[in-house]
Design a protein around this ligand. Structure first.
Ligand code: AMP
Length: 277
């Protein structure tokens, strides 16, 4: 496994890789959810590139860029074990030199859900992902269903801007109690960690009601809200039942529908979702 820190070297080693190349972009502090993406890329491509880059452009001014968990040595050992060919690990100055002044912006689907409370988040995501695609030139790129809106936004960017690659979405990996794996779960103290299962319980309730024939989206939202509000450490930011492609909120559930939540458990803000099919 090669670890590469500059764009110039990444371009050089890229020339030697067997085609096609599968690519897994991450912000590091890896867990089994990230490794599920790497495993899928490994199974589907002769070459696998992963990146580790905590992207300042996707964090708001009050967000956790400085404190975001970092553990490069452990990350590299995990990626090596999964037979990653190249890890691209640039510095902030390498990706955003002082004269940097171009942005990639996707429209409507970035304004809802995460975009509503984090107005510059997706512009940061799409800009860095477009840069990484240009540098790595993968045939397939792998994203987690855990960040469903991110995957939808990236698909839209790839389609609208005719980027020559396939976006693959990989199912969410969960802890034994159902909590979606996330680098930010490390922020939870033991009491918050126990309370955090309420996101999964609420999604499970929505799925159960839907499978029993409930088609009224507002009743699904209300049922989830009532359940989450019983947990004293939980503070709801949004509970959404939306069209899985446009992210328009639904009155009547038409599959596939994306049921998604952002809930603060104490200070940490957690996301999760399921698709009703
Ligand atoms: P991050 O490092 O948080 O930016 O995540 C990098 C990639 O891993 C993104 O495509 C995430 O959606 C994906 N990912 C994060 N957590 C999970 C999970 N629990 N299951 C599947 N994919 C995940």
């Amino acid at each position: 496994m090669k670890v590469v820190e500059t764009i110039a070297e990444m371009r050089r080693v890229r020339l030697e890789l067997a085609e096609p190349v599968g690519f897994v972009p991450t912000m590091g502090h890896l867990h089994d959810g990230h490794l599920a993406l790497v495993k899928r890329a490994r199974a589907e491509n002769p070459s696998v590139v992963a990146s580790i880059f905590v992207n300042p452009a996707q964090f708001g001014p009050q967000e956790d860029f400085d404190s975001y968990p970092r553990d490069t040595e452990r990350d590299l050992a995990m990626l090596e074990k999964e037979k990653t060919d190249i890890v691209f690990m640039p510095s902030v100055a390498e990706m955003y030199p002082t004269q940097f002044n171009s942005w990639v912006e996707v429209g409507k689907v970035t304004e809802r859900l995460e975009g509503a409370s984090r107005p510059t988040h997706f512009r940061g995501v799409t800009t860095i992902v477009a840069k990484l695609f240009n540098i790595v030139q993968p045939a397939k790129a792998y994203f987690g269903q855990k960040d469903a809106q991110q995957a939808i936004v990236i698909r839209k960017m790839v389609t609208d801007l005719d980027m020559n690659l396939e976006v693959v979405t990989v199912p969410t990996l969960r802890e034994p109690d159902g909590l979606a794996m996330s680098s930010r779960n490390t922020y939870l103290n033991p009491e918050e960690r126990r309370a955090a299962v309420v996101l999964y319980q609420a999604l499970g309730l929505a799925q159960r009601l839907w499978s029993q024939g409930e088609k009224n989206a507002e009743r699904l939202r209300q049922a989830m809200i009532e359940l989450i509000e019983k947990q004293p450490l939980a503070n709801i930011e949004y509970v959404s039942v939306a069209d899985a492609e446009t992210l328009d909120e639904l009155d009547e559930v038409r599959p596939p529908a994306l049921v998604s939540l952002a809930v603060k458990i104490g200070k940490p803000r957690l996301l999760d979702n399921v698709v009703l099919e």
